[in-house]
Design a protein. Structure first.
Ligand SMILES: Nc1ncnc2c1ncn2[C@@H]1O[C@H](COP(=O)(O)OP(=O)(O)OP(=O)(O)O)[C@@H](O)[C@H]1O
Length: 220
């Protein structure tokens, strides 16, 4: 496959096997840079697995893929382009809120600026020196959101951003991820809340039985 940087994601005939199961069965996908996409589908359909494949954390059994023009098999290059925010937030429990954000910036060789602003935007300024193991689940999700926001990777992948959040938390998700979408980031989110997700990512893809189906683009 000839890749082009005009696309954030290009998949061709991609199969993904996990254990004995074929989770993805020969899928094709084109996502232009700057597009915002929601993955819908029932529990166990393969949304998280697809996000992990795009993050080069899982390797396709067959087929080819490119992320911003880089071959999916070149994990180091792909990881420079992406950020995956998993459901469990994946923070370092013994680092403080501030240290978690600074560590993420260092990993991407970025200056340590914007951390205070990011913490303020998710209302964690008062908790900045607290180790994340002592945060509530909702606070951890907000910190993970702040990390995605401060990193602002060209391709940001977010797994179930609205799950287990109160109304204010959901508004924060809409605000911060919405901010990323206006800054040119390509955003792919997996969600079980189609109406809410459509406010961020109007192109909707349904994942089921190892296949992707385009849902009519939600009204903006
Ligand atoms: N590490 C693994 N080893 C084997 N099978 C796995 C593994 N991870 C996921 N699976 C299987 O792959 C399938 C897809 O799981 P996945 O987590 O991608 O679904 P999902 O669409 O994100 O579901 P949910 O909406 O519940 O989060 C499921 O059948 C799951 O059991």
């Amino acid at each position: 496959m000839t890749g082009t940087g005009e696309y954030a994601v290009q998949l061709r005939a991609v199969w993904l096997r996990l254990g004995r199961e074929a989770v993805l069965r020969g899928i094709d996908l084109d996502i232009p840079q700057g597009e915002h996409v929601t993955l819908l589908g029932p529990n166990g359909a393969g949304k998280t697995s697809l996000l992990r494949l795009l993050a080069s954390a899982l390797r396709p059994a067959r087929g080819e893929g490119r992320i911003l023009g880089y071959d999916l098999r070149d994990a180091a290059a792909v990881r420079e382009q992406i950020h995956l925010m998993p459901v469990d937030a994946a923070l370092y429990p013994d680092l403080t809120c501030r240290e978690n954000l600074e560590f993420a910036l260092r990993m991407h060789s970025r200056p340590l600026s914007g951390v205070s602003e990011a913490l303020a935007r998710v209302h964690l300024t008062d908790a900045e020196d607290r180790r994340t193991r002592f945060l509530s689940a909702g606070m951890r999700r907000r910190l993970a959101l702040a990390r995605a926001w401060v990193l602002a990777r060209p391709l940001t992948l977010v797994d179930e951003p609205f799950a287990n959040l109160d109304t204010a938390g959901r508004e924060l998700v809409l605000e911060l991820l919405g901010d990323l979408t206006t800054r040119g980031t390509t955003l792919i989110i997996a969600a079980h809340e189609p109406e809410l997700a459509a406010r961020l990512a109007p192109r909707q893809l349904h994942v089921a039985a190892g296949q992707l189906r385009e849902v009519r683009e939600a009204a903006r």
